[in-house]
Design a protein around this ligand. Sequence first.
Ligand code: KG4
Ligand code: ZN
Length: 337
Amino acid sequence: MLLLAIESSCDETAAAVLQDGTNLLSSVVDSQILLHSPYGGVVPELASRRHIETIYQVVDQALNEASIRLDQLDAIAVTQRPGLVGCLLIGMSFAKAIAYVENIPCIGVDHMAGHLLSVFLGEDHPDFPYIALVASGGHSSLYLADAPLSYKQIGQTRDDAAGEAFDKVSKLLGLGYPGGPIISDKAKEGNPAAIPFPRAWLGTDSLDFSFSGLKTSVVNYVNRASQKEEELHIPDICASFQEAIVDVLVEKAITAAKKSGVSRIVLAGGVGANHRLREHLNKRGLDEDIAVFLPPKHFCTDNAAMIAIAGYHLFNSNQYESDTLNMDVYSRSQIHI
Ligand code: KG4
Ligand code: ZN
């Protein structure tokens, strides 16, 4: 079974070819980081336009690298939600055109389902059920996954997503975009205990997140230092800020596993590429006798291979809209509490 997947929900144009649900033949990602970095965040209109410019080459490259022709495909999967509607429409229209010409099903995929299943692109695969911590630029959520297509959101952010907090703090410190990799790099030379930034636990048992107070606390710290004309120690700020985010993400994931009686945690989403988060989650997993599964970093950030895995399961279980050409895109995810 040969499946082509397309992802264009935000600032990555991506395509992948997957054989029989497990054999990844190609995965191409064209990142728009350089386009958006002067603005300190993703500019939706620029993102859509860039998707239009690059989608043909990206899909063509994915097919070429897989040595597959369009007429060999059995199905096409495409991110249908959540995301920037203008961006989603580019991938959806392209996918519909291929499905129409080749007379194959076009399967709409929830981007979050892709992140939840991205762990199967790595070497080490968990059994079900597992807790998934998905931390990205747009989401910070905890899910309980019972089966490939059965998952429930059990926690979410009440304000900023973890990646968004990294990006905003990086902008505030004048470090550039995207903030996550830059801050984690600077943090390597800093002391994580230098500044006691707050951790929002929201009650002992809560599985929700809140990162806006932490961001405000960094703003206040920087403002106070500039009023006193003190020099900022950027590595210490980065390390202390990162530690505050990592502590909360890790402890909430552990609490979710304990509360649900589940002994596996899977990490996903762009922030899942963070070295300190991976290290700390691994350590806490060992302490608590919970198995921790970390997908390769390039499958944590947005890609089409994860959309292919989700698309494969939807295809196999016949869970897709048959009226391909009337399928729409949506800004919000379908996976809710
Ligand atoms: O999953 P992703 O590629 O796109 C979304 O669906 O949002 O995640 C992008 C986010 C950005 O906010 C970026 O700053 C963050 O992931 N990120 C990181 C790291 N690499 C990317 N955050 C912390 N540490 C990293 N190493
Ligand atoms: Zn994502």
